[in-house]
Design a protein around this ligand. Structure first.
Ligand code: MG
Length: 166
């Protein structure tokens, strides 16, 4: 088993769709970013890459690369999963916390969890998404940004295990 952690933060701005956990959440403000700014999927990418010791999201998907301008972060997570699997590993469980003062995320947690499970090929029971505010403190608490923390647990692909044993 291998564990990895991930963290991300993006600024909020008016006139952007709010994409979080691979879904669109109704909001007057959205996350700024070179891609769609989905902090939760970015934190998950870094958790997966970290567990596989494959570097970080900035190395794999640089924000200087026009190819990733406005990119759907679901594609980045799918590409990250492919890199993890190419290293002979697969996710077995992920957990995440989103820190957002606004909008209220509780009504959307189940949909985010379902979407992440789909993207990672996991049962929803192996995916956790938690949400909290920042109690009105700092930039997140002032509604200027949203952050996410994630952890991923990987194990060895079964086909790789059988290769190693033979
Ligand atoms: Mg990011």
């Amino acid at each position: 088993m291998r564990a990895g952690i991930g963290y991300d933060i993006h600024r909020l701005a008016p006139g952007r769709p709010l994409r979080l956990g691979g879904i669109v959440i109704p909001s007057p403000v959205g996350l700024l970013g070179h891609s769609d700014g989905d902090v939760l999927l970015h934190a998950l990418c870094d958790a997966l890459l970290g567990a596989a010791a494959l570097g970080d999201i900035g190395e794999h998907f640089p924000d200087t690369d026009p190819a990733f301008r406005g990119a759907d972060s679901a594609l980045l997570l799918t590409a990250t999963l492919a890199k993890v699997r190419a290293a002979g590993l697969r996710p077995v469980q992920v957990d995440a916390t989103v820190v957002a003062q606004q909008p209220r995320l509780t009504p959307h947690k189940a949909a985010m969890r379902q979407r992440i499970a789909e993207l990672l090929g996991l049962e929803p029971a192996c995916v956790s998404v938690k949400a909290k505010t920042n109690e009105g403190l700092d930039a997140i608490g002032s509604g200027l940004a949203i952050a996410a923390h994630a952890i991923a647990l990987l194990d060895t692909l079964p086909e790789r295990e059988s290769v190693e044993m033979s």
